[in-house]
Design a protein around this ligand. Structure first.
Ligand SMILES: [Zn+2]
Length: 717
């Protein structure tokens, strides 16, 4: 591992056209926050940079839709991001924004430099132009009929119905979303970065970590899926990529360059440069020099991102940096994979998400419970999943039963036996460790064990194995619990109070260690613990390093005679009701989301759902049934209330098919029913199961009909 004198850590700039959900958090922010907090605790010179990505067509389209200006849209999300990140404890040194003047200047300097070096290729191509609005149309501003599925509202870059990626020229009957008119093709000139020219050195850099014999990084430290994705891009061959767009929102192409009128920088050219402009702003505010953080060989530049941004951070941005000439390249890009939610992909447009700001409103004071569950399930090497049940289990079974329980027992007993004063120890005590052996230097040997565990935790974080680091933290707490359990001070106190002093002193050392070691993962808990122990708050200025040094020297972490504070509950149990409310909210919101109407069909045809086991499948009880009665649910356009005969019993089901079938059309039909679906009240009617339907790509629903001769109540498996 190369040694570095300073670190510059970035998290992907969130795009300012919608709030943050847990998938964002799991992708680029929590991981970086753990890493940065840890390096600060090790006394390193480290700067953590982020900001809002405020340019690009998606912002202007959102503004158009909502009847607002682009500036209003980005202002709204920039302040929401800033607050959300702060409230969930993401500890940026600088949270900046790309609409800032210093950013416009910095990205223009890059463009100028590449232009002056003759790196760009100018190319003229035909693009769609709206004559009424007198402007070129970005891909998203053009809608038309999808050539693949016939969907009439497909965008110029993608059909959201069938999921195929498109180019505007492929659309049948294209029209402008601004004026509604049919666009014409008109020539326009743009500046392309010839990525194909950089292929050779990019390949060397990715695969060997060196270029022309100069060492950059150790490829063994990079995640396999990151290297794999880069290799596949390189193997497919890179194409020149346009670094400019015809837009009215963004960073201007420097005006002295001929042909710059009406041209803006491509958002993926300007966004990563946002890391640099944010660093400049940070340095200005701190009275420091920004340049060593970006230009000195002894700086480790690390980009934390989600896997959808790998190509931009491992190919395009490095190409820009190296071509400019004076910048370093990242030593690692530890991209995470995706986090799914309750069995489905997180989706902003389908409103299938846990929004972080809403979580914080709904479950105030439970920042670390969310952080813990997300880190435990972090998609470090493969896609992972967040479920509310998992959240409840990790909180109740691990944070409450293990960590909070240990801390509480130690503090309560310290108050009970010693009025809150850390007891002195008798080094000659003979006590049992968890493995049952007797040891004369029990206290010392247990502290050595603690030291080893802390080292392991540190090594997890250093190698981006945050799940592993968190696991080690909880093992430390488990060992603390075992020390109490095996020695049972509550029994021993009468017969051997001296031994109890040793046990309690040791347990207090464990709690003190946890108050530092939990900091990267659960900063709010760290603050609570420090306050409960009456120890000075952690400032993230080398405290972990100091702790390791002390243990190494045989010193304690909390001194004899120190008076601790009051014991409070670190975590409380999450009740079933809370989880049910959150799950209901998720489903209800998603069902009413605009995109969901078409999305249901998309999911059916293009996305095969996540794998299930045979056991999962056998949990479902699917039966044949006959519809005996049906009526419309009052004031609900989509719902029918249906009576079913299952042979052995009658059921009432509320089904969302009223737009497809009248009550008369369904009476007498044979259907398939998911009979053991948990009953749910819909519009005041208790629905006891779900009728299975097939859906074609136009969204039309049909019954899955058993053969007429089959009786009701047959099992389907
Ligand atoms: Zn399509």
């Amino acid at each position: 591992m190369r040694q570095f004198n300073r670190y510059l850590v970035t998290s992907a700039l969130p795009y300012a056209n919608g709030p943050l959900h847990i998938g964002h958090l799991a992708g680029a922010y929590l991981s970086a926050d753990i890493y940065v907090r840890f390096q600060r605790l090790m006394g390193k010179d480290i700067v953590y940079i982020c900001g809002s990505d405020e340019h690009g067509a998606a912002v202007t389209i959102k503004a158009l839709k909502e009847g607002k200006t682009s500036q209003e849209i980005v202002d709204k999300y920039h302040s929401l991001f800033k607050k959300t990140f702060h409230d969930i404890g993401i500890s940026f040194d600088m949270y900046h924004r790309t609409s800032a003047q210093i950013h416009h200047e910095t990205s223009q300097e890059f463009f100028r430099s590449l232009h002056a070096q003759g790196q760009f290729i100018e190319k003229t191509t035909d693009q769609y132009y709206d004559e009424e609005a007198q402007r070129f149309l970005a891909d998203r501003y053009i809608i038309g009929t999808c050539p693949n599925c016939g969907h009439e509202e497909a965008y110029g870059d993608q059909c959201e119905k069938c999921g195929s990626s498109l180019s505007p020229r492929e659309l049948i009957n294209p029209r402008s979303t601004i004026s509604g008119s049919k666009p014409i093709l008109k020539p326009t000139t743009h500046w392309f970065l010839p990525l194909d020219k950089y292929e050779a050195w990019l390949k060397e850099w990715i695969e060997k970590g060196e270029v022309d014999g100069k060492e950059y990084h150790d490829p063994a430290e990079w995640k396999n899926h990151v290297v794999g994705q880069c290799k596949s891009w390189l193997e497919n061959g890179l194409l020149p990529r346009s670094m400019t767009r015809d837009l009215d929102w963004g960073v201007d192409v420097p005006t002295e360059i001929p042909g710059s009128e009406g041209k803006k920088l491509y958002v993926w050219m300007d966004a990563p440069i946002g890391y640099i402009s944010a660093t400049k702003q940070w340095a200005l505010d701190q009275g420091k020099d920004w340049e060593p953080y970006w230009k000195s060989e002894d700086t480790a530049l690390i980009h934390f991102i989600g896997k959808d941004n790998i190509v931009f951070h491992c190919i395009i941005f490095p190409a820009i940096l190296k071509t400019e000439g004076s910048y370093i390249l990242p030593v690692n890009v530890p991209a995470n994979q995706f986090m799914n939610l309750e069995g489905k992909k997180l989706s902003t447009s389908k409103n299938w998400a846990v929004w972080v700001h809403e979580y914080l409103e709904d479950l105030p004071g439970k920042e670390d419970e969310l952080r813990y569950c997300m880190i435990k399930n972090m998609p470090e090497t493969r896609d992972s999943e967040f479920t509310w049940k998992g959240y409840q289990d990790s909180t109740n079974n691990e944070l409450v039963n293990n960590l909070a329980n240990f801390v509480n027992r130690v503090l309560v007993l310290t108050h009970k036996y010693y009025e809150g004063v850390v007891p002195a120890i008798d080094q000659d005590q003979q006590l049992a460790g968890p493995d049952g052996e007797m040891d004369i230097s029990f206290h010392d040997s247990e502290l050595i064990r603690l030291f080893d565990d802390l080292q392991e935790l540190a090594s997890g974080i250093r190698t981006y194995d945050f799940r592993g680091g968190l696991k080690t933290l909880m093992e430390i707490s488990t060992k603390g619990n075992q020390i109490l359990q095996f020695n049972a001070p509550w029994k021993l106190q009468k017969e051997d109070p001296e031994a109890v002093k040793t046990i309690m002193n040791l347990s207090l050392q464990y709690v003190a260690a946890i108050s530092v070691a939990c900091r990267p993962f659960m900063p709010f808990t760290s603050d609570k613990l420090r306050s409960m122990l009456s120890l000075s708050p952690i400032k993230e200025q080398g405290e972990f390093d100091d702790m390791l040094f002390r243990l190494c020297e045989g010193e304690v972490l909390i001194e004899e005679g120190h008076k601790i504070g009051e014991a409070k509950h670190l975590f409380t149990r999450i009740e079933d009701k809370v989880i049910e409310e959150q799950k209901e909210k998720l489903v209800a919101r998603s069902a009413s989301s605009e995109a969901n109407k078409t999305a249901v069909a998309v999911a059916a045809e293009s996305d095969v759902k996540a794998e299930v086991t045979f056991d999962d499948f056998t949990k479902m009880d699917i039966r044949t049934a006959k519809i005996t009665a049906a009526e419309k649910v009052p004031k609900a356009d989509k719902l029918l209330q249906i009576q079913l005969d299952l042979g052995f019993e009658q059921r009432t089901v509320v089904s969302g098919i009223a737009e497809h079938y009248t009550p008369d059309e369904v009476i007498g039909k044979q259907v398939c029913l998911l009979a053991n679906l948990a009953p749910r009240k819909i519009r005041g009617v208790m629905s006891q199961g779900m009728i299975l339907m097939a859906e074609d790509d136009s969204g039309k629903l049909s019954f899955i009909a058993p053969q007429d001769s089959w009786p009701a109540g047959m099992k389907i498996s």
